[in-house]
Design a protein around this ligand. Sequence first.
Ligand code: AP5
Length: 227
Amino acid sequence: MKLVLLGPPGAGKGTQAQLLKKDLKLIHISTGDILREEMKKESPVGKEIKKLVESGKLVPDEIVTQIVAERLKALDSKTGCLLDGFPRTVKQAQDLDRILKAIQQPLDYAIYMAASLPVILKRLTGRRVCKKCGTPYHVKNRPPKKEGVCDLCGGALYQRADDNEGTIKTRMQEYTANTAPIIQYYEKQGKLLKVDSDRESEDVQVDLLKKFKADGKFDHHQNTTRA
Ligand code: AP5
């Protein structure tokens, strides 16, 4: 299965990705995580990316699309994947269609995680992320068992440099101007699946799995016996 997770900053794309990838045995490709890895290397490209990401601006289409194309082409035909944070512009969506066509693996759904602004602000300002494995936590909603330590890998938790009110505002502006038009793009293709992401992530997950099962895309019994 090939999935895209769409939605404003803080809608819970990364959190939902962690849940779905286990159930559906998918490879999680997060462009935000890949770009932050590149920033850590402090390469010339990494330094350029850092300026953009930390000010809330989008990274140029060519850079991000090339990264995603390489990852997708490296997957074997049986491996499903979940794209989180890509595409983010109509140009990226068109390029993704082209890449998937070339590898003969069409997109199954674009999941639009709709969330309201007050919820987004609370989620982003309270988010903490594992430095080692990237798992997102929240100081109130999803605290780790031990403060500052990842439950899954024991890595240290940190606050992202772009999770402050000023940068969140720019990220929201970028989302409205460049990313929101993709919703219509996928609606026209009949691939859009809209979920109310103000709710608990587990409730969203259950609804999505039900829908995939009803469409014959996911056999829950088979999956649990394999797990
Ligand atoms: P990216 O890392 O993709 O950031 P984003 O899209 O702004 O999304 P976030 O990661 O902030 O939020 P999320 O929806 O994943 O929410 P999460 O699950 O963490 O991109 C960062 C930057 O990289 C961009 O600004 C841009 O510069 C660049 N970039 C990336 N991709 C690009 C592209 N394709 N093109 C160009 N530039 C690109 O949840 C947030 C918090 O809420 C967490 O604390 C979590 O625990 C909590 N939470 C989540 N769900 C729930 C829930 N249901 N109930 C309660 N709490 C919840």
